[in-house]
Design a protein around this ligand. Structure first.
Ligand code: ADP
Length: 478
């Protein structure tokens, strides 16, 4: 078994202690990794700060070439990296391969964008005193990026921070999730083999999550990009002072299925996948599904049958649909929420029993909006199905949440789609698909408690660059 080291200043370095990375399914150790302390974090930040002089000087052609080389390096190791994701996160191998494909796309989108970070020319001669003036804007790299990432997409959510940072010309210090550091270290191996300057990408495997707070408080880090739980994210933002901050947090995403949905089998298939993929451990998992009353009974029956047919088990097997949750504690927490809902009057159309980290799909109805299963992010194979009578009511119920990341609406009526677009307090309205739909170039982020700022390659580059103006006084040229 491999013993991994951290990657700081372009070198593989040990740490004070080591930690075992454990498969959530088998419970077996899949790797040993050196853990860093505050001194390692400090060194990584210093290396990133030093490397900025080199990264900001790279031409767009050089950044394009580096991003393309990273993409190709990942592609050459696709199956190994996918297996690694399955090993450390418990994600099914099919989903892990999809994740690697998405990361390849993120790096190639970033390679394209690296050549497009432009600006505009604007007339400044808008009053007499400014006669002959012309403005020119350009986006400049903001500086070292601190990236904190969660366990549920150990590669692609890292890619969504690292690729735009490189496209913009910013060094990175990455603190991956405790349970899934190995994928990030594989990415470091790939980046190490390119021309990205040494010290401009660092992976600190923090011995304690709180070490990540340095990325919020240290002034040498100019941009904090965090994906994880709302409680941690908003607290880091408070501590980040003048830093630029992007937060991608949770949600209790909703789908609305109207009786005029075009193709019911297709809608059902999308909703089943949208609720249970990655054992529901996705920020935009379809946790609340509102169904037009005339369709409710049929939808609930067929949805329950679809969910019950999902195959639970070994994530390394091709046929598995639902692998384990990240930890037994996470599965127990979900079962506790389900128990509370049932004790409070909810009906379980399907009740997934837990066995360690494995938890089968659960479907609840007759819930109340104040129940934890509706209000908080479940991050578990759990969905709530409820009927509604009219479209306005459905949209109101979607909005009855502290969160607002994405929402899906299934209807053939363009008027209803635009009403949803106007009304829903979410970062993205997905027409005729589930809230879980995401393609990696679209702006992605939440309203309300779900986040701050946007990812999606081009939008993340905007968050990681500073707009600067050159005001030209050229009375003779104008
Ligand atoms: P989840 O485990 O649901 O993904 P967390 O917010 O706990 O959500 O974890 C997301 C990332 O945030 C992980 O990398 C974790 O180590 C990190 N993290 C957790 N607590 C802190 C903290 N106090 N300061 C900085 N980072 C933290």
């Amino acid at each position: 078994m491999q013993t991994w080291r951290q990657y700081i200043g372009g070198e593989w370095t040990g740490g004070r202690s080591t930690r075992s990375v454990v498969s959530p399914y088998k419970g077996c150790v899949v790797g040993e990794v050196a853990e860093g302390d505050a001194a390692d974090m400090d060194r990584a930040i210093a290396c990133a700060a030093d490397a900025f002089a080199q990264t900001r000087a790279l031409s767009s052609a050089q950044r394009h070439a580096i991003l393309t080389a990273i993409r190709d390096g990942l592609a050459a190791r696709k199956e190994e990296i996918a297996r690694g994701i399955t090993d450390e996160s418990g994600k099914t191998i099919r989903d892990a391969r999809t994740e690697v494909d998405r990361a390849l796309l993120v790096f190639s989108l970033a390679a394209d964008e690296a050549r497009r970070i432009g600006g505009e020319v604007l007339p400044l001669d808008v009053n007499a005193a400014s006669a002959g003036r012309i403005g020119l804007t350009r986006r400049f790299p903001a500086g070292p990026v601190g990236a904190i990432t969660p366990f549920n997409f150990p590669l692609n959510l890292v890619a969504h921070k690292v690729a735009p940072a490189i496209a913009a010309g910013n060094p990175v210090v990455l603190k991956p999730a405790e349970r899934t550091p190995l994928t990030a270290l594989r990415l470091a191996e790939v980046i190490d083999a390119t021309d990205w300057p040494k010290g401009a990408f660092n992976v600190v495997v923090a011995a304690a999550p709180e070490l990540g707070e340095r990325l919020a408080t240290d002034e040498r880090i100019r941009v904090l990009s965090f994906t994880g739980s709302a409680a941690v994210g908003w607290r880091l933002k408070e501590r980040a002072s003048r830093k630029r901050v992007t937060l991608e947090l949770g949600g209790s995403a909703a789908a609305v299925v109207h009786s005029d949905t075009a193709d019911l089998p297709d809608t059902l298939r999308r909703c089943v996948t949208g609720a249970f993929a990655n054992a529901g451990q996705v920020c935009i998992s379809a946790q609340r599904i509102f169904i037009h009353r005339p369709l409710f009974a049929e939808f609930a029956e067929r949805f329950t049958a679809g969910a019950a047919a999902l195959r639970l088990g070994d994530p390394g097997e091709e046929a598995t649909d639902i692998g384990p949750m990240i930890s037994a504690a996470a599965a127990e927490r979900a079962e506790q929420w389900i128990g509370e809902a049932v004790n409070g009057g909810a009906t379980a159309l399907l009740r997934g029993r837990g066995d360690g980290t494995l938890l089968g799909p659960t479907l609840l109805t007759h819930t109340h909006p104040d129940m934890t299963v509706c209000r908080e992010e479940a991050f578990a194979p759990l969905a709530v199905l409820e009927p509604y009578d009219d479209w306005e009511e459905a949209l109101r119920r979607v909005n009855d949440s502290p969160y607002g990341l994405q929402a899906g609406v299934f209807t053939q009526d363009i008027g209803r789609i635009f009403e949803a677009f106007r009304t829903l307090e979410v970062g993205g309205v997905i027409a005729n698909d589930v809230p879980q739909y995401r393609v990696d170039n679209m702006p992605y982020g939440g309203e309300k408690a779900s986040g701050f700022g946007r990812e999606g390659v081009r939008y993340a580059i905007e968050e990681m660059t500073e707009l600067r103006l050159l005001a030209l006084n050229l009375p003779t040229a104008a």
